[in-house]
Write a protein that binds this ligand. Structure first.
Ligand code: BV8
Length: 230
């Protein structure tokens, strides 16, 4: 059984019309990270943060999975391949393309949780500061998103999978955010082959044995077709 771990970032959803973070006009050019993607920013101005995620939730609902999402879902269904898809993305385009074995290590736009009691529920289209927790009624609801300084989700499961992987593939990520940025080296130390699929070589290209470059909507289906032909 060929064990493949795939790590995706914002670049895999770019051709679906969702903004990436670190391009010139990207999300981090429009908003200060410390204002909209940290717990401190949320405590300072929860309304600003909820509006930031409401807009991204609306953009996500209007987006459609692209050929890269669809190819990754097809790979997961193919016999002989054990595929774990770890995404840094908070959109649900992988699931809407049919992927099932998905870990959202930075959380998900379509989930909400209570800052006080930790209860979680499906996020409404628009979250507001006056929303109450569905369980403890506290006015402490937040998007179930992993902000900077918070522990990414399911790290033990990811680390265990990296040790067993035959192949680690990073798709559409600049490799700037830890601990995801360290996954390629971890996998390689455990004997996995490593492949970067991106529109252009990233600053962490040296962490990978192989690299293929071009829009994810072209490069990912071509790579999946090759794997399925083997
Ligand atoms: C933690 C919220 C510890 C959700 C995000 C070690 C060293 C240095 C710093 C740190 C370190 N350890 C921890 C840190 C701090 C920090 C960090 O990494 N800072 C960096 C910036 C220096 N990390 C953390 O705080 C993490 N937490 O480590 O906690 C801990 C330990 C114990 C107990 C408690 C805590 C938490 C990180 C998660 C932060 N949340 N987002 C949201 O709003 O979306 S991060 C944010 O960046 C998104 O999640 C995003 O997914 C992620 C990564 O960005 P990318 O996806 O790579 O997007 P980017 O725009 O950068 O790149 C896009 C790529 O696509 C480019 O390469 C581009 O060329 C390519 N592309 C574009 N178009 C296409 C394309 N490719 C193909 N086709 C195309 N069409």
């Amino acid at each position: 059984m060929n064990k493949i771990i795939i790590l995706t970032g914002a670049g895999v959803s770019a051709e679906s019309g969702l903004e990436t973070f670190r391009s010139e006009d990207g999300l981090w050019a429009q908003h200060r990270i410390e204002d909209v993607a940290t717990p401190e920013g949320f405590m300072r101005d929860p309304d600003l943060v909820l509006r930031f995620y409401n807009r991204r939730r609306a953009d996500c609902a209007a987006a459609r999975p692209n050929a890269a999402h669809q190819a990754l879902a097809a790979l997961e269904q193919a016999p002989g391949h054990d595929v774990l898809l770890v995404t840094q993305n908070v959109d649900d385009l992988h699931e809407r393309a049919g992927s099932q074995n998905v870990i959202h290590m930075h959380g998900a736009l379509n989930l909400a949780k209570c800052h006080d009691c930790g209860h979680g529920w499906p996020a409404p289209e628009r979250m507001s500061v006056s929303d109450r927790c569905a369980r403890c009624q506290a006015r402490a609801t937040r998007p179930d998103i992993v902000w900077f300084g918070e522990m990414p989700s399911q790290m033990a499961r990811i680390e265990a999978a990296l040790q067993q992987a035959d192949l680690f593939v990073a798709i559409g990520t600049s490799g700037q955010v830890w601990p995801a940025a360290g996954f390629a080296q971890q996998a390689r130390m455990c004997g996995a082959a490593t492949l970067e699929l991106n529109i252009e070589p990233t600053a962490v290209r040296g962490d990978f044995r192989d690299g293929r470059y071009g829009p994810a909507g072209e490069v990912v289906p071509a790579w999946v077709e090759e794997v399925l032909r083997r």
